[in-house]
Ligand binder design. Sequence first.
Ligand SMILES: Cc1cc2nc3c(=O)[nH]c(=O)nc-3n(C[C@H](O)[C@H](O)[C@H](O)COP(=O)(O)OP(=O)(O)OC[C@H]3O[C@@H](n4cnc5c(N)ncnc54)[C@H](O)[C@@H]3O)c2cc1C
Length: 389
Amino acid sequence: MQHYDAIILGAGASGLYCAIHAARRGRKIAVVDHGSKVARKVRISGGGRCNFTNLECSAAHFLSLNPHFCKSALARHTPWDVVAFFAEYGIGYEEKAEGQLFSDQGAGRVAGVLAEQCHRNHVAVLLEREVLSVSGAGPFQVETGREILEAPRLVLALGGRSWPQVGASSLGYRLARQFGLDVVKPRPGLVPFVLSGKEGNRCRELAGTALHVAAATGGRTFIDDLLFTHKGFSGPAVLQVSSYWNMGDSVVIDLLPRLRVEALVDEHRSSNALLRKLLQQHLPKRIVQEFLEKQILETPVSQLSNKQIQQAADSLHQWRVTPARTEGWEKAEVAVGGVDSAAVSSKTFEVASVSGLHVIGELLDVTGQLGGHNLQWAWASGHAVGVLL
Ligand SMILES: Cc1cc2nc3c(=O)[nH]c(=O)nc-3n(C[C@H](O)[C@H](O)[C@H](O)COP(=O)(O)OP(=O)(O)OC[C@H]3O[C@@H](n4cnc5c(N)ncnc54)[C@H](O)[C@@H]3O)c2cc1C
């Protein structure tokens, strides 16, 4: 039996960050993971560039049954604290749109810093371990097949189900249930859509075309890029709405959000220009041809009837589709849902009914929007527990 001050299950973003902050304070920490490397999701994050935080991060950018739950931890460890942490080890940032900060040295280096800091602070990182059983209730015992670990504190940092290719599993949810916690049914979020039938064919025709859109579902609208794929559509605007989408819901897409068709026509009312020509100045040719009737496109603007103008406007500003499904866990960046925060302290992340048990990171029912919010949540919740273990 090996004894520690705390055992952390999951060597991902939140678990490692938690371990480093606890070990820096002299705590004896073990981190257990079934992977052969630490922080595998961090390594592939942001397309290999790791969008590690977002300067605009606030509760408004998260989905959760309790929208207030994330506030305390986010306030106690801000994006600038995360920037300072990584800057200490030579990682700077490049800012993209809306405060999205990417590592200036790639995602692998972010994972490298986490691994190095665990090593330097004598965290026992136990990789390639299956968690066979977890028992006790302070002290907790974890049986891995190679060893039995015991500690008065146990941190569940096992992430969500997205990307099983890099080790995601539902162990976290199972252990949470074992300790009597409710789990808000997880579903894939930040995930591309699959379209079938006529709309599916249309997407296949347009595969590879990207454009700026406003995509809306469930009362939420996101203005960003959409990319047509062979299965349906993807791109940041689509990934964002997917987190708010439920099976059967429709998605309404404005293919020309910056300019109303009516305004364009009004501006050229007295001209003989064809609507096709005018629209092609603002949209890819393939989109114009695919979404509008030939007859309308080939009519001089001055001769368009009000009905035709309305028809053109509806086709471009109100494309309504009902996705057949999402591309599922293999393509989802996050899990929406997770361990219900109702029984977890927003200050200590300790489970009310099980003293010494903490739950952090994506495993909780706290899901960030695209743009660095999910990693900021992993760091902030990991830090909140790391400084009190
Ligand atoms: C492709 C992709 C790109 C992303 N890009 C970004 C980005 O740029 N910015 C951003 O903010 N977020 C991004 N995310 C989301 C972000 O990576 C996660 O929200 C974050 O890593 C969650 O941290 P975590 O510690 O809670 O979980 P994880 O980092 O997933 O860590 C969980 C750990 O638990 C381990 N584990 C799971 N099951 C078991 C088991 N049965 N036994 C033992 N160990 C187990 C896993 O191996 C893993 O190491 C991306 C996600 C994906 C999939």
